[in-house]
Ligand binder design. Sequence first.
Ligand SMILES: Cc1cc2nc3c(=O)[nH]c(=O)nc-3n(C[C@H](O)[C@H](O)[C@H](O)COP(=O)(O)OP(=O)(O)OC[C@H]3O[C@@H](n4cnc5c(N)ncnc54)[C@H](O)[C@@H]3O)c2cc1C
Length: 426
Amino acid sequence: MSTCKPVIIIGAGLAGLAAAYELGEEVLILETREEIGGVARTFSHRGFKYDLGPHVLYFRNQQIKEFVSDILDGEWIKQERRARIVIAGETIDYPVQEGFMRSTALKERYLTEILKASGQRGNTFEETARNLYGEGLAKDFFIPYNKKLWQHPLDEMNNEMMADYLPSFPKDDLRLLVQGKPPGRGANACFFYPTQGGIGTLTRKLAENQRYEVKLSTEVATVNFRERWVETADDSRYRYSHLISTIPLPELVRISFSPECRFTVGNLKSVGMVFVHLALTHPLNNDSHWVYYPQPDVIFHRISIPGNYTNNMTPDSKGSLVAEVSFPSDTAPNIDSITIRVTEDVVKLRIIENPRDIIDTDTKVIRYAYVFPSTQSLELRKELLSKYAHKGIILAGRYALWEYGNMESAIAQGLKAAKHIKETGS
Ligand SMILES: Cc1cc2nc3c(=O)[nH]c(=O)nc-3n(C[C@H](O)[C@H](O)[C@H](O)COP(=O)(O)OP(=O)(O)OC[C@H]3O[C@@H](n4cnc5c(N)ncnc54)[C@H](O)[C@@H]3O)c2cc1C
């Protein structure tokens, strides 16, 4: 059977839903999962709700902020970020560059070294970390944390992109540190979060009362850009006038190019993420929104505490946490052993006192969570984006554009894709 729809959008995450919202009726969204929302979903499990790690809203673009505020009907709360880092046996405020100043022991340990550090960027990640932050902070935080998160050799990271993960210490901040004054609370010190229902409320409301069609549990298996149709795993074929893809770039290559071309996608490196949700008998004695753990002998790099975002995320008098464990996207994580390690490590770190405090566990896995910015990957990305532009396929969203984008940018890219189609006409 062949159905004709003017615009097809692959993927019902924030980018796809924003594009469909802007385009309206004449749209068909094809989504492989059984529900909308993509990475920005909220899961419910036995009365507990949780997002895939911290998922909070920051804005640089006033128009997108107003758009999201309208979608949520103003039902969101602004919160001061409470993010912490456990380092060298102490819990300090994020970001580490200023948080350590509030601890006498850590200040003594790190400040002299920072002041002695050359401040020059080096040839490798580790060298740069030491040059910018001194031996102590490099060894206790930047190197182990990034090794654990990225799961790929850090020296493969592109030098320019490295600046995002190893920012230079601004001279003014250093001056303040020497005077014993922490420089401030870093970027994104406040965020917005839906009043009810977790971050998934945003995607749910974005799709509410819309007149376009969404086909769930429908995986797009082939894209033929010459004849302008897509075919789904159940062999249905849909013709399109315009195609917006929001699916991960390697997946699009796999379903749209010849086998020779598919070989290259191994160079598009990324990490996937296992999210382990622990439902607890009582709330944690910890008011953090999220906490980073750089220690190599702890399996997760971060936990988040849903009940500290809004109090409707956990049943009364109960608690919960979500631990994040990353793995290279081209490997298969062992979920059972990861879950066991998470439960052992939360006790070892005394995040919970007793394994009996855990009522239940639940896990979710995403194969693409963070794009690893190797030089090879960035070059291939550029080549592929240009190829798809020539084929007339519009890419929108964090994984389609293969970058480190946030929810704001996914929405902005979806809206932009739709406006482009409206302007160029069907
Ligand atoms: C751990 C983590 C924490 C984050 N925290 C924040 C945060 O605090 N603040 C922030 O602003 N951003 C955060 N982000 C980023 C944010 O989640 C993303 O930028 C945004 O959700 C991406 O939306 P998207 O539509 O581009 O992609 P996705 O949400 O991945 O949507 C793509 C959709 O395509 C579907 N799909 C894939 N393949 C196919 C196929 N073959 N056929 C049909 N459908 C398919 C998928 O199922 C998915 O629904 C975080 C991301 C991660 C991983």
